[in-house]
Design a protein around this ligand. Structure first.
Ligand SMILES: Nc1ncnc2c1ncn2[C@@H]1O[C@H](COP(=O)(O)OP(=O)(O)OP(=O)(O)O)[C@@H](O)[C@H]1O
Ligand SMILES: [Mg+2]
Length: 362
């Protein structure tokens, strides 16, 4: 069991709280992703869990054991937390072979020679890197180095693996291969993985749970499908997804919502809003339909630009000073730049947000 608990953890650099009152429970065996823009506190959170950074406030528990407590100055050193770490720059020792790099941590821990060899054999075969064992890091591709860095942590038997953007140095194809491998590896080892990424698709495909951070503050912590389907506020809504969610101002009027270019039937999630109130509605580019027929869920727009992307294209349209992006299927697209046409909303999919607090409604 390797459950990780953070209770009201705050870390300041000068006056700035890089991690601000963070409370989090990561289940044993979870694949937990931390997501958010540059500087939001992802690496700092990892370093706090690993013990490479000391928090100013709060408590951290691993396996129900307190490894950090600001109140009574408990600080368990990094080497005693049972954690393995893989970072973006793999930091393999350049003067050591793959074998030496992998065994280094075991020798330091004074593991018996026979046990070392057995662990090495197992990890090499699991990661399919047996043939690389005598090479030096400079003789390996980025993906191979990545696997060695992983092997080096797995071989210690760490039950918690912290990975800070481990795939960001790899090319697009290798990233996808490594994603698949990471997922398998996680299933095989049962380790608790905490994974930091900029890449929300990576987070969506790999994680069992994920948290989105902004300026040191956690915004949402839930299953990826939930974060995607029910973003808790405007920030999360616009952060998740291939192309940012479209946001339009709307005014509640009886059973309808006035938006630029027309009106829509009132979305169910706006039920609590008083008549005349202003809200923001959100629709992902994939949730909008572009066409030449009008109904009570559509508004008339003009096509401004088209960005082909293979099967789909991103079509930008304008309406009364507002802009919308629609993901249109290239095989059935009938409109072109300069055309007047209609965008149809799916009112069952609409996201509604408070215009002032930007919190999700409904
Ligand atoms: N040692 C430090 N001294 C001062 N400020 C720091 C230190 N480490 C981090 N910070 C600041 O804390 C904030 C969070 O940094 P952190 O490295 O955790 O961000 P991040 O989410 O990992 O970003 P990125 O995606 O760019 O890696 C940033 O504003 C950063 O400048
Ligand atoms: Mg970072």
């Amino acid at each position: 069991m390797s459950r990780i608990i953070l209770e009201h953890v705050t870390k300041r650099f000068g006056d700035y709280a890089a991690v601000n009152d963070l409370s989090l429970e990561i289940e044993s065996g979870a694949f937990f992703s931390l997501l958010g823009p540059s500087g939001c506190g992802k690496t700092t959170t990892m370093r706090l869990i690993a013990g490479l950074e000391t928090a100013d406030e709060g408590r951290i528990l691993i396996d129900d054991k307190v490894v950090f407590d600001a109140a009574d100055s408990t600080v368990v050193p990094p080497g005693k937390r049972g954690i393995g770490m893989v970072f973006q720059n793999y930091a393999l020792w350049p003067h050591m072979t793959v074998r030496e790099n992998i065994l280094f941590g075991l020798a330091v821990r004074k593991i018996e020679k026979a046990d070392q060899e057995e662990r090495l054999r197992r990890v090499l075969s699991r990661l399919q890197i047996s043939e690389l064992v005598d090479r030096y890091p400079s003789e390996l591709s980025g993906g191979q180095q990545q696997r060695i860095a992983l092997a080096r942590e797995l071989v210690t038997g760490a039950k918690v693996l912290l990975m800070d953007e481990p795939l960001s140095n790899l090319d697009a194809k290798l990233r996808i291969d490594m994603r698949v491998e990471l997922k398998q590896l996680h299933e095989e080892t049962g380790a608790t993985v905490i994974y930091v990424t900029h890449d929300q698709i990576e987070a969506l495909t790999l994680s069992s749970t994920m948290a989105v951070m902004k300026l040191g503050v956690m915004q949402q912590n839930a299953a990826p499908s939930e974060v995607f389907a029910k973003p808790t506020n405007l920030f999360v809504a616009q952060f998740m997804g291939h192309t940012p969610m479209n946001i339009l101002p709307a005014t509640i009027q009886g059973n309808s919502m006035q938006i630029p270019g027309g009106s829509l039937p009132r979305a169910a999630s706006s039920a609590s809003c008083a008549d005349g109130s202003q809200i923001l509605i959100g629709a992902r580019p994939e949730e909008l339909l572009l066409g030449t027929t009008q109904d009570e869920r559509s508004i008339s727009v003009r096509v401004e630009s088209i960005l082909p992307m293979g099967y789909d294209s991103l079509v930008r349209v304008s309406v009364e000073g507002a802009e919308l992006t629609i993901a249109a299927d290239e095989r059935t697209r009938t409109v072109d730049v300069g055309d007047d046409c209609f965008v149809t909303f799916d009112d069952t999919q609409l996201h509604c947000f408070d215009a002032e607090t930007h919190e999700r409604l409904g």
